[in-house]
Design a protein around this ligand. Structure first.
Ligand code: TXA
Ligand code: MG
Length: 359
């Protein structure tokens, strides 16, 4: 029932784009690649069409969607009070992985914004996404194309695994480039506030905005997060993911203790680590599975591989997965945020040892 059509990510076929654009215009859903993750698109001004997104994903209606545009000229039709600063951000980062929260226009249906007075907007940079948006000539509401709460899809196969039979079409443009979602920046607060770290770093935003704050991520038992997507457990694999945070030596020590405990209990154990950790675990028992995410010298490789790694571990039937935080700079902040949300358990290894260097 779900058709998967391969499409060249650099020069997408016009025939395929036209077909997909027609589906969107007809109020149907289309999954398509963006530079961050795959999105599940619907005509943003057609409430009936948008409702299908919530049904297919089993997404609760209180979690609002991002409206995707292909040109800045369309922005005033979706949002109001567009300041010089907003245009400066758009100039600097669009098309690209930055989502802006702005006051909304009345034309945007409540179902898109979950009834909020604001709307999330971005222009994606993936050639397939841009071609589709241009051909459809519509604002397109699109969340990540996964079942709600599960790991975002970075390949068409991930989308199919989650949504087969629930949507008519997936455009397969190969693996996505960035691998974690866009940065969500609330432009209605002063100073602007990052609700979700993502493809555009805090450092890059500071160069344009000066002051930017990072919303405090809610504790695991919070009822009222500042943005619905800040629900504490999200992006989660099925396996029990344990995230270790702290100075490297204490982290490795604690991981090894935990690993031995898991092996003793005959749990199917896996590690998800940067390449640099290979030496540390050279002598570790062969029964554990290791997933090497890429080098710390090139963090974008790690973000690109992260979600696929989580899905791979689930497929392999891993019961417990051990991982640790990365340095908090650039894309590292987005990766750490997703790891925290995916984690069933977070262990801070040097809480009693505040003098040690932060990892
Ligand atoms: O990279 C991305 O952003 C991908 C691609 C497909 O564009 N999309 C994506 O959408 O990650 P989604 O629905 O999975 O995440 C959207 C996030 C959620 O955390 C949602 O709560 C937040 O944006 N959001 C949407 N509208 C909002 C609003 N008006 N106020 C605050 N947060 C909002
Ligand atoms: Mg999502």
């Amino acid at each position: 029932m779900t058709k998967v059509i391969k499409i060249d990510p650099q020069t997408p076929s016009k025939v395929t784009i036209t077909l997909a654009a027609k589906l969107l215009q007809d109020g149907q859903l289309v999954a398509f690649p963006t530079e961050t993750v795959y999105g599940l698109g619907a005509h943003a001004l057609d409430a009936q069409a948008v409702r299908k997104i919530f049904q297919a994903k089993e997404r609760p209606s209180y979690d609002p969607l991002i409206v995707h545009l292909h040109t800045i000229e369309a922005l005033p039709r979706i949002a109001r009070n567009i300041s010089e600063t907003v245009y400066a951000l758009a100039e600097a980062f669009w098309p690209g992985p930055l989502t802006l929260i702005l006051p909304r226009q009345d034309t945007v249906p409540d179902i898109v914004t979950s009834g909020l007075p604001t709307v999330a907007v971005r222009i994606p940079s993936h050639p397939v996404a841009l071609a589709l948006l241009q051909a459809a000539n519509l604002p397109v509401a699109a969340p990540s194309a996964n079942r709600f709460g599960y790991t975002s899809p970075t390949t068409a196969a991930h989308v199919l695994a989650d949504l087969n039979g629930r949507i008519p079409l997936i455009l397969d443009g190969g693996p996505t480039h960035i691998g974690v979602e866009s940065t969500v920046l609330d432009m209605t607060s002063t100073p602007p506030r990052i609700l979700r770290p993502g493809g555009v770093s805090l450092e890059a935003l500071r160069r344009i905005l000066g002051a930017v704050t990072m919303a405090v991520q809610p504790e695991k038992d919070t009822q009222q997060p500042p943005s619905p997507g800040m629900l504490p457990r999200h992006y989660a694999p099925h396996a029990h993911l344990v995230l270790f945070k702290g100075a490297p030596e204490s982290v490795y020590q604690a991981m090894k203790v935990r690993a031995k405990q898991a092996l003793k209990r005959h749990q199917k154990l896996a590690f998800m680590l940067p390449d640099e950790d290979r030496k540390r675990f050279e002598n570790f028992p062969q029964t554990a599975q290791f997933i090497w995410l890429g080098s710390l010298k090139h963090i974008p490789d790690i973000s690109k591989n992260l979600y696929a790694a989580m899905r791979q571990l689930d497929q392999a039937g891993a019961e417990i997965v051990l991982t640790h935080n990365l340095p908090e700079t650039g894309l590292g902040a987005a990766i750490n945020n997703r790891l925290s949300k995916a984690a069933a358990e977070i262990i801070e290894t040097d809480k009693t040892n505040p003098d040690k260097d932060e990892k």
